[in-house]
Design a protein around this ligand. Sequence first.
Ligand SMILES: [Zn+2]
Length: 191
Amino acid sequence: MGVSKLKIPKICEHCGKPFEAKTVTTRFCSSTCANKSGRARKQQAKEIEKKQTILEQSANQIAEIQTRPYISISEAVILFGISKDTIRRLIKAGKIPAINLGQRLTRISRVHIESMFTAIDIPQEKPQEEKPVKLQYEQSECYTIGEITEKYGVSPSTVDKTIRKNSIPKRQVGKFVYVPKIMIDKIFGGK
Ligand SMILES: [Zn+2]
């Protein structure tokens, strides 16, 4: 069987030019294109391998950083994805314990920063005033302002002033402000 006289119209997989192939399995217009394609593929494989190595190295680096109680600012950037400026601000504000081992050798507490950056997001969404003053008293142990004015015959503004003056813990529930009976009774009842 000699060389087939059949010519098959094809597109070169490397240069994209149309050509007439001698066999159905021919993929390139010339040996030059075939060689170039092979090299390009090898190059690509090399690059993928390189990226893989970088990924593995960074994973190893992160794992290693996570074993140390004190880390550098750059390592904190890698670990938490926050900026150096943010970290420096937190250190300055005394929010993160840091030790200075010399110029450019600041080490910060990893555990500390870890607890900050896992805890910070959720509660911050609520406005500040929504945080009620912690009140250990049950609602049944409290008066509303209305109940105090009724019981002791004092004006709401007097009640309000008294609460503030004595730093009585209060809790707002809907429209009502609740204050502990025991503290109110002591002030108004003792008169
Ligand atoms: Zn070609």
